[in-house]
Design a protein around this ligand. Sequence first.
Ligand code: KG4
Ligand code: ZN
Length: 331
Amino acid sequence: MIVLGIESSCDETGLALFDSEKGMIGHIVNSQHDIHGKYGGVVPELASRDHVLKLVPLLDQLLSQNKISLHNINLIAFTNGPGLLGPLLTGASFAKSLAWSLKIKSIEVDHLEAHIFSPMITEKNLNLPFISLLVSGGHTILTLVKANSDYKVLGKTLDDSAGEVFDKVARHLGLAYPGGPEISKAAANTNKSSYKFPRPMIKTNCYNFSFSGLKTNVTQLINKLELNDLIISEIAYDFENSIIDVLITKTLKAAREYNIENIVIAGGVSANQKLRMRCNLEKGEKKIFFPDMAYSTDNGAMIAYIGWLKSSKKTKDISLEINPNPSSRFV
Ligand code: KG4
Ligand code: ZN
């Protein structure tokens, strides 16, 4: 079976072709960072317009690069939420009308579930159950994944997500959007810091997170300082370490308390190299799985893959009705 995956929940237009026998055939992502960069965050209307412009040419490119015809596709999986309503509508309308014209089925996919299962695209040794830390621009959620569709949410952020705080602090430091990779680059210029920020909720007994106090603490400091490259690097260094300390401590605690061997860390922030390196150093007896770097931030491959995993469900649709869900069915 060949599944076309379509992602358009935010500022990436992602398409991919997944073959249930051969694996991922190919994927293509157009990022809108240049469009939104000057505003310091995603402008939903501009995002929707760019998805509309890019969906058809990207599909053409994906098919021709991989020498696949439209008529070889058996199922279309698309992100139905959570995300921005306009961008979701563009992908859903495109997916539904294409499926209708090809007389094939389409399947709605939850973006968060797609992230959570994304390491499985390349990792053959990842088995259920696992503890999942989903860290993206919109979410920070710790979940016990018992089986496909059997989840127990252990904790989540009470305010800002980790990615959101990376983006906002980067903006205050005068760094480009998206902020996560920029903070990492700045932090890599030093190996020490004169600043020591809080590690919010690191010692609490629950699995919830809270990052907005950290953000306020860092931005208030920034407002008092005359920034230069050294100060930016030292702030970025301890800020990045603070988030990583909290994420790793809570995730390992959950894995130990629930006696689960496998851990998955996915979502845009999982692209963070220091997080990956620290996990390797601190994992002890646990196994930690990350998505391939290409599948960490938003992409169509994870949508095609989860669409295939769920494709035996009877909910596959041939109607033209679209019903995007800007919040999540998952949490
Ligand atoms: O999963 P994603 O692409 O979109 C959402 O579903 O939200 O995540 C985007 C987030 C942004 O906040 C971005 O700053 C963050 O992921 N991010 C990173 C890195 N690369 C992307 N954060 C920290 N370090 C990175 N290397
Ligand atoms: Zn995402």
